[in-house]
Design a protein around this ligand. Structure first.
Ligand code: HEM
Length: 440
């Protein structure tokens, strides 16, 4: 078989990963994003179910919305970047099914842990995700193994695989200890788990794709393997120190360790920003694709904001030996989640999905779509950030109003993104061709 054909093979599960990400976002993660602040505003008494549903929301969004998109894209892009056929390609539908089963089990079992059979379902969901993460890491890792010398972003992808697996294994270990009266992972463990998910899994994958593609789009010097190993090393060190801090108990030593991890992570984020060239004109993109630069630049501006907040919180914490305040953690997390990850997903969808690529023929429609996506995701990020930061001051009572509004706008963004994709799939190629011919 021609190796080129094997590398570029179309994986039939790809649209299923993207569709599943959108479905989990709409039916799960963003629905909870709306219900959780509403419950606070309206005074609905959910008891211990509220914090359990917060953790379910976080997991649905991180592993479902962003994670399924990342996994689908990784299966598609890593072989092309590495110029190697995907190893164990038959595993892709297994990974998808196990991830979905894990997400569903977790969302049902954790908030309803007082019902019969739910403890077993919770453990089963964690195991399902752990097996999925192992198989994903096996397939992507084996594909990359032959390309570590030629593909300079390989260390970021390898770190992402380790991060996904690490968080799944720690997750199942900690979920198995939950009880009906306390159905939430403790704050300290949860913070470590979320650190691993954001800075050890999602960020490395997003940066890996970005640092491979953006320097070409913006005609910037491509980062060398020294810089990329350095970035991956900083992120890996941050994650390792974060996990290691659990061995230090919960005194000021442990907090200082986590603050140092935050500073290392922030410096990697800052370094990555300067390797992209997003401030230059996007001359490497075809003129018809250039409007998408707005989404890319916005995502990287949010990365800059998140890295400054993370660095300042980390440095302040190292100096006074305190933990990062929860409202700041929450703000940084959602700036990344909505401003960087969700906005990048919208940009990727506009640039890379082959079905949508056909849409670019109708230039004005594509431009309008990008403006709407930009407005919705930017507004959702801003409102969510304000909602988090307000918790620090005297206006805490207003914060859930901002957060609920952000949930509504975020949900509209995801629904709109899904609708642009469905429209692109539905539009018959002949129609596109006719429009092209009719153009003066
Ligand atoms: C507009 C959309 C969103 C809204 C309104 C929203 C709202 C919330 C709320 C109310 C909380 C609980 C905060 C608290 O403990 O007081 C939360 C936590 C969280 N959210 Fe979101 N969220 C949104 C989008 C996202 C996205 C896209 C992601 C990830 C990709 C995400 C990840 C998380 C995580 C990881 C947590 C912490 C979970 C934990 O404590 O274990 N959120 N969110």
């Amino acid at each position: 078989v021609n190796p080129r054909a094997r590398i570029a093979r179309t994986d039939w599960t790809f649209p299923w990963f993207i569709g599943a990400a959108l479905l989990v976002a709409v039916a799960g993660g963003f629905t909870l994003a709306l219900l959780l602040p509403l419950a606070q505003l309206e005074g609905w008494d959910w008891g211990a179910r509220w914090p359990a549903l917060v953790q379910a929301h976080g997991h649905l969004q991180v592993v479902g919305w962003a994670g399924l998109f990342v996994a689908g894209m990784a299966f598609r892009l890593v072989p092309r970047f590495a110029a190697q056929p995907l190893r164990f390609a038959w595993l892709t539908p297994v990974v998808l099914a196990l991830l979905l089963a894990g997400l569903m089990g977790r969302t049902i079992a954790q908030p309803w842990l007082n019902k019969p059979g739910m403890h077993a379902l919770l453990i089963g969901s964690g195991l399902s995700e752990s097996v999925a993460a192992s198989l994903f890491a096996l397939s992507i890792g084996a594909t990359l193994a032959r390309a570590t010398r030629t593909l300079s972003v390989a260390p970021l992808f390898l770190l992402g695989c380790v991060g996904l697996l690490g968080q799944a294994l720690l997750g199942v270990a900690w979920l198995s200890r939950l009880t009906p009266s306390l159905p939430v992972i403790s704050d300290q463990r949860d913070e470590v788990l979320l650190g691993l998910q954001f800075y050890g899994f999602l960020l490395p994958f997003v940066l890996g794709v970005s640092l491979r593609a953006l320097p070409a789009f913006f005609k910037h010097r491509a980062p060398g393997s020294f810089e990329l190993w350095g970035l991956a090393g900083l992120l890996a060190a941050g994650s390792t120190i974060g996990v290691g801090s659990l061995l230090l108990g919960n005194g000021s030593m442990a907090m200082r360790a986590r603050d140092i991890a935050a500073v290392l992570t922030a410096s990697a984020m800052l370094g990555a920003f300067f390797e992209t060239g997003v401030w230059k004109p996007p001359l490497g993109l075809r003129p018809s694709a250039r409007p998408a630069a707005l989404l890319i630049r916005t995502a990287y501006l949010w990365l800059l904001v998140a890295s400054v907040l993370l660095a300042s919180g980390g440095v302040a914490g190292v100096i006074d030996g305190l933990a990062m305040p929860p409202y700041l953690d929450d703000a940084i997390r959602h700036i990344l989640a909505l401003g960087v990850f969700s906005t990048s997903i919208a940009a990727m969808a506009q640039l890379l999905l082959p079905l949508l690529a056909q849409r670019r023929l109708q230039r004005r429609a594509a431009q309008r779509e990008i403006w709407i996506l930009w407005a919705l995701f930017t507004l959702a990020t801003t409102l969510r950030m304000l909602g988090a930061l307000l918790q620090a001051g005297s206006a805490a009572a207003d914060s859930f109003g901002f957060i609920a509004l952000s949930g509504l706008v975020g949900m509209s963004g995801v629904l709109y993104l899904a609708s642009t994709m469905v429209a692109a799939i539905r539009r018959p190629p002949a129609e596109i061709l006719l429009q092209e011919i009719r153009r003066p």
